[in-house]
Ligand binder design. Structure first.
Ligand SMILES: Nc1ncnc2c1ncn2[C@@H]1O[C@H](COP(=O)(O)OP(=O)(O)OP(=O)(O)O)[C@@H](O)[C@H]1O
Ligand SMILES: [Mg+2]
Length: 259
């Protein structure tokens, strides 16, 4: 009884907490330090983008938060198990859109009889009503990413980790999916940690942009994005802040990134 009360009284202050996290990999010239002393909290319901040059350790960091790999030093705690979405949709091609989502529901222990209705609801949430019976090869790239998003949402995690999920899409489809993601984030109150090397995308989406330096990846700077949602990627304040961030990013690349 006392445990239950203690649990109820406990408020979770973060969706993810990274405390002095470092990561090294064994390389040809010895240990290579990829992430150095990253301390970062993602608040419940917060949308954070991690921005940095190619190779600076963004995916490594996301994999650590996902629990796919362990930090070399420091600790990571998350509020439950995070859901993941990558650049490649990773849907099962032999299953329909609906069945791909149902598989995630099954893994979460949703009873068989409830899965179909929930999968239809999730497809509606990502505006793919009617796609339940479609096979993956019948869907466009944008539609596939919508199904992948619905499948990630099916896990009912408090934290959604996204690794450049729209990088392979054309600009117009990407714009539409930015709008959808903002809408879904607002509707669900999820926390999102979103990785990108696209500065405008980072500013378009996030409440907070965190810039990682390269070799090793360290938090170089962060910005609170105080621009009302929904934003458009071509809005003047988005463009202005993107320019400012791009200048700092270029400086970081010059300082750390060149061989
Ligand atoms: N499993 C691994 N073993 C050894 N080195 C690795 C491993 N995973 C990543 N690295 C190295 O860590 C560095 C960071 O890689 P990571 O994929 O995290 O970068 P990134 O910021 O996601 O880049 P991109 O924007 O190109 O996706 C790279 O130098 C990479 O070679
Ligand atoms: Mg990456």
């Amino acid at each position: 009884m006392s445990t239950t009360l203690a649990k109820a009284a406990e408020t979770v202050e973060y969706a993810a907490r990274l405390d002095h996290v470092s990561k090294s990999f064994a390389g040809p010239g010895g240990q290579q330090l990829v992430l150095d002393d990253i301390t970062l909290d993602v608040a419940p319901g917060e949308f954070v983008t991690l921005l940095g040059a190619s190779g600076c350790g963004k995916s490594t960091l996301l994999n650590l938060v996902a629990g796919l790999d362990q930090p070399s030093a420091g600790s990571i705690t998350t509020d439950g198990r995070p859901a993941l979405m990558f650049q490649e949709h990773a849907l099962f091609p032999w299953l329909t859109a609906g069945k791909n989502i149902e598989l995630a529901l099954k893994l979460r222990g949703v009873p068989k009889n409830d899965r179909r209705a929930r999968a239809e609801e999730l497809l509606e949430l990502v505006r793919l009503k009617g796609a339940y019976g479609k096979r993956v090869h019948e869907l466009s790239g944008g539609m596939r990413q919508r199904v992948a998003l619905a499948r990630a949402l099916a896990q009912e995690s408090q934290l959604l980790l996204m690794d450049e999920p729209f990088a392979a899409l054309d600009a117009i489809t990407r714009d539409v999916l930015h709008d959808e993601l903002t809408r879904i984030w607002t509707e669900t109150g999820l926390s999102v940690l979103f990785v990108t090397h696209n500065v405008r995308e980072a500013v378009r989406l996030a409440q907070r942009v965190i810039l990682l330096s390269s070799r090793p990846g360290r938090i170089a700077r962060e910005w609170v994005v105080d621009i009302p949602q929904p934003r458009r990627i071509e809005d003047a304040p988005v463009a202005e802040l993107s320019l400012e961030i791009t200048d700092v990013l270029r400086g970081e690349i010059r300082r750390h990134g060149q061989h």
